[in-house]
Design a protein around this ligand. Structure first.
Ligand code: SF4
Ligand code: SF4
Length: 284
């Protein structure tokens, strides 16, 4: 089963939920925790394990053989990202703008374009008993997270329980990370900002046809509008976590909640059972 843990906005406790759910499940069998928040992966902080494998991720960018090129300009015309420009007798490739789509090399009438790899980040792995941890890390300044996320997800083992820590927001990296999930947990806080971003995230999940449920973090900090919204929309609230100084302290020290407050282990196992039940429901 693949469970994504997402949130419409940053700082709601998404990584707190993803790491503790994964760690609680290690007592039940094989678990994979995939950190697909590749611009700022931080699940590793709670695992205290060195990465033992690292692999670079490349995207293909065009390389022009100007002995064959007729400067016809077709490559520049087809490029949606302005990553290639054709002058009178020179072709310029702007590698940092290139999305590696391959359209220019496919359409070049002279077969003058080959491709070379440009490194945009790494995928790292670690094993901790029953838990396999995989994280993607986008090189600072690189704009394209989806190729790294796809590379992280290539490690999914269908015989494991898989937890995916998704980046915050509702943009392309989120869609790439949650695609193919059996269920998505949306972590929010009971504030007007939390509600606004939650409703956007719910719309994305509905469009993707992925069943979802809500975790309310820092219960007590705001109002009951998130609960009202969930009730109206028929979305189950599967866990509530209170605004609690000790929880915040453990998080800031990089200590998993279920280690610092073991009474939470059962709450995360119950959350998993709830997810299993709710994943069977049809998306409305
Ligand atoms: S499409 Fe091919 S031949 Fe035409 S300008 Fe580009 S590289 Fe040169
Ligand atoms: S591979 Fe795609 S994005 Fe890159 S230069 Fe060619 S057409 Fe543009």
């Amino acid at each position: 089963m693949v469970i994504s843990v997402a949130s419409g906005k940053g700082g709601t406790g998404k990584t707190l939920v993803a790491t503790n759910l994964a760690l609680a499940l290690t007592g039940k069998g094989k678990v994979q925790l995939l950190d697909c928040d590749v611009e700022e992966p931080n699940a590793h902080i709670f695992l205290h394990s060195p990465m033992n494998q690292s692999q670079s991720v490349f995207i293909p960018i065009p390389k022009v053989d100007e002995t064959r090129c007729t400067y016809c300009g077709k490559c520049a015309e087809v490029c949606a990202y302005n990553a290639i420009a054709v002058l009178k007798n020179k072709v310029l490739v702007f590698g940092e703008l290139c999305h590696g789509c391959g359209a220019c090399s496919y359409l070049c009438p002279e077969s003058a374009i080959s491709e070379e790899g440009r490194e945009i980040g790494v995928v790292e792995r670690a094993s901790l008993g029953n838990l396999e941890f995989v994280q993607g890390r986008l090189t600072v300044g690189e704009p394209m997270a989806p190729p790294i996320i796809r590379e992280v997800k290539r490690h999914i083992d269908p015989t494991s329980m898989v937890i995916i820590d998704v980046s915050p927001g509702t943009s392309c990296p989120v869609v790439e990370a949650v695609k193919g999930s059996d269920f998505c947990l949306l972590v929010t806080e009971p504030t007007p900002f939390g509600l606004n971003d939650l409703s956007l995230a719910v719309e994305v999940m509905r469009k993707l046809g992925i069943p979802c449920g809500v975790v309310i973090n820092r219960e007590g900090v705001g109002d009951d509008e998130v609960e009202r919204y969930c009730q109206e929309q028929g979305i189950a609230i599967l866990l509530k976590m209170p605004l609690d100084r000790k929880i915040a302290e453990l998080y800031s020290k990089g200590i998993p909640l279920i280690e610092g407050m073991p009474e939470w282990r059962d709450a995360f196992l119950e959350l998993f059972r709830e997810v299993q039940q709710n994943a069977k429901r049809k998306v409305k």
